[in-house]
Design a protein around this ligand. Structure first.
Ligand code: ZN
Length: 197
């Protein structure tokens, strides 16, 4: 999420467009919706079709037609998940599904590797500082119905990973995880409070 946010921010700045921060974070983890399938249906499709660059391009064609460069930060967020984050950490991605089921990426660095922990924590801190400096963090505290989409990462990624990777994961990775979980939950509660008023 941190990596996607920083890259989307850079692309938005280059193209002089704005973006919705909660939506960027949702798109950045949406490929991992396959974890939910694996968890509920006992399938083994993690890092398969939802991590394919071809899937991402096909899904985004209508948005590029409709919104042109305004769609770029969102597309950047989506593909950074597979092409950069998962590619470097763990690999084994079906990047060209359905054309090929070959797996790509570096399988050598796993989630417990100090290189991953250092990378993830550093990116988390940098993203947090940029979000505070640019006031992007306050997007989460607006009473906007769009923040309800944050329920998607809560229930598909943030909560299921607790069962996939119980707290055996180093604390430096647990803290960002809990931070996003709390931020998204507070954001949804603010919106729900507005709706119920
Ligand atoms: Zn993934």
């Amino acid at each position: 999420m941190a990596l996607a946010y920083l890259l989307s921010k850079a692309s938005a700045k280059l193209l002089k467009v704005n973006f919705n921060v909660p939506l960027i974070l949702v798109l950045s983890v949406i490929p991992d919706i396959d974890l939910l399938f694996d968890f509920l249906l006992k399938t083994e499709i993690h890092r398969g079709p939802t991590h394919s660059v071809i899937t991402a391009i096909l899904v985004f064609i209508p948005f590029f037609v409709l919104y042109r460069q305004k769609a770029v930060p969102y597309f950047t967020a989506l593909i950074s998940h597979s092409l950069i984050a998962d590619f470097l950490i763990g690999g084994q991605l079906q990047l060209l599904w359905p054309l090929s089921t070959n797996e790509f990426g570096f399988p050598y660095i796993n989630i417990y590797d100090p290189i991953n922990i250092a990378l993830e924590f550093t990116l988390f801190i940098i993203a947090l500082v940029v979000m505070l400096k640019t006031r992007d963090l306050f997007h989460f505290f607006r009473d906007s119905k769009l923040t309800l989409i944050l329920a998607i990462p809560i229930f598909t990624v943030l909560l299921p990973t607790f069962t996939g990777y119980p707290l055996s994961v180093p604390i430096l990775l647990v803290l960002p995880h809990l931070f996003y979980l709390m931020l998204f939950s507070i954001s949804i509660l603010i919106t729900l409070k507005g709706i119920l008023k």
